[in-house]
Design a protein around this ligand. Structure first.
Ligand code: GLN
Length: 322
């Protein structure tokens, strides 16, 4: 199986990465967080990990980037583990919005102030305030511990990216003040922002997020460590949120044309996963985690070349869950 997968990498993956990298110029690095604009827009990398530990990589998979919105997935998991699913869902719903990730408009339309889902900023700031731990530092630790238990190393926070966003987070501050006023934040506004923006500034590479994807593909079970890291119920709920809300207001199109649970971030990362499939003659029949990095993003805030690459792979390897 390993040789077959190595061949896949040599024959196709390298060629596909080179091809889709050339489309990066149609996107742009996020500029509203000044530190993110410094990324090389033509970086494109991918890492795919199977449950047997087979890893295939191509392009700029080794480049570090910050989790940004991908952290919303881990934060949601950490909050559910620490506070229980029902406690979390009393404070954040599980409905897609069809609006941009940082939109404020629906906060007034629901039961007053209740964010629609944990994958938009309003929901993620709420969830950040629910993380277990007394201080912002402890709350961030709870999230880092989950990442460490999956990827095997303690992640670090990129201070420059955190500071850059902290100083320019006017929209997120507005969301947090609204949430505080309606009683959904469990900590003070500036504390909630510190937790949320620090979780967004956690540094990873494509291999790290592929590993997290793999564990979710297996309902929270770590197939390499033979350990249930995330309870099945939490993992399934998380995957449903990735599928319906993970690619912001392009989640419907992504489900239609790629068809796998995924979560993107404005720094250009995409964490995706393929559950085990019934047909055995396809690549990765027992599922896999996929990590992509391509910092030039499209109008929705998703990696432009990354989505194209993922769509191509999904078509070629028949990855859609539908
Ligand atoms: N830190 C970013 C923000 O709050 C994350 C958003 C994203 O990745 N879409 O704006």
């Amino acid at each position: 199986e390993k040789r077959q997968l190595r061949d896949l990498q040599m024959d196709c993956l390298d060629e596909w990465v080179t091809h889709y990298r050339s489309f990066s110029g149609e996107g742009q690095c996020a500029a509203y967080i000044p530190a993110l604009e410094k990324a090389n827009p033509f970086d494109l990398g991918i890492c795919i990990i199977g449950p047997g530990g087979t890893v295939i990589k191509s392009g700029d998979w080794h480049v570090s980037f910050t989790l940004q919105s991908i952290s919303k997935v881990i934060s949601f998991i950490a909050a559910c583990l620490g506070r229980g699913i029902s406690y979390v869902l009393e404070r954040v719903d599980v409905e897609p919005t069809g609006d941009p990730f940082n939109s404020i408009i629906r906060l007034e339309m629901h039961k007053p102030g209740k964010p629609f889902n944990p994958m938009i900023n309003a929901g993620a700031i709420t969830v950040a305030s629910l993380l277990p731990g007394e201080s912002p530092q402890n709350k961030i630790e709870s999230l880092c511990t989950i990442i460490e238990s999956i990827v095997g190393k303690r992640p670090t926070i990129n201070e420059a990216v955190f500071q850059s966003e902290w100083q320019t987070a006017h929209r997120n501050r507005a969301l947090a003040y609204y949430l505080k006023e309606t009683g959904f934040l469990e900590v003070e506004v500036e504390e909630a922002l510190e937790i949320y923006l620090k979780q967004c500034a956690i540094e990873v590479n494509a291999e790290d997020i592929a590993m997290i994807g793999l564990i979710l593909a297996h309902d929270g079970y770590h197939p390499l460590r033979n350990e249930q890291i995330i309870p099945k119920e939490v993992a399934r709920l998380t995957k449903s949120l990735m599928l319906t809300c993970g690619m912001y207001n392009a989640s419907g199109k992504f489900a239609a044309f790629v068809g796998i649970p995924a979560k993107s971030g404005v720094s250009g990362g995409i964490m995706a996963l393929v559950p085990p499939r019934s047909r055995q003659e396809v690549p990765f029949p027992n599922g896999c985690g996929i990590g992509i990095y391509g910092p030039a993003i499209d109008e929705y805030g998703n990696s432009h070349a990354g989505v194209m690459l993922l769509r191509h792979i999904a078509e070629k390897w028949d990855l859609s869950i539908f």
